[in-house]
Ligand binder design. Structure first.
Ligand SMILES: [Zn+2]
Length: 151
């Protein structure tokens, strides 16, 4: 007789109040600093998810990005970057395709050719917590969720 395996429980992201997104430095730095309120993504959150979004600074630095911020008045040095850490929390308030829904923030940080602009608000730095980044949206560790909810 073959024992019936219990179906694997997938942790669903639907209804989660806090999720995390890994962003490559230095883009992550400008989000934490509260100056970059639009994130460009090729995809939109499943289930039209909105909520508290924890920003995780990835390990791979986007070297081409430094000039982008610098010419917009947001110079940052390599040494000042958080790498491989949860660094901020914000609200994901809107996700739209570039076009009529764009705001002033999009004109600075939104890539016209991006599939989606993720609009962030109420950004707050948090006590940084080391952690591994992941693809797409994910559930951060419990201590990071606590920090996000308390911020
Ligand atoms: Zn936009």
């Amino acid at each position: 007789m073959i024992a019936r395996r219990a179906p694997k429980r997938r942790r669903t992201l639907k209804g989660q109040p806090v999720l995390a997104l890994t962003v490559r430095p230095p883009w992550s730095h400008w989000i934490r600093a509260g100056v970059k309120l639009v994130e460009n993504r090729s995809w939109a959150p499943a289930h039209r998810w909105r909520g508290r979004l924890v920003i995780h600074a990835g390990k791979r630095v986007d070297q081409d990005a430094f000039w982008y911020g610098a010419i917009r008045g947001h110079h940052v040095d390599d040494d000042d970057l958080n790498i491989g850490e949860y660094i901020a929390v914000c609200d994901l308030v809107d996700v739209h395709e570039p076009g009529e829904a764009c705001t002033e923030a999009c004109s600075i940080w939104g890539v016209p050719g991006a599939a989606f602009h993720w609009v962030l608000s109420d950004v707050k730095p948090i006590v940084t917590v080391e952690g591994r980044g992941r693809q797409r949206l994910y559930i951060p560790p419990p201590d990071v969720i606590d920090l996000a909810l308390a911020a």
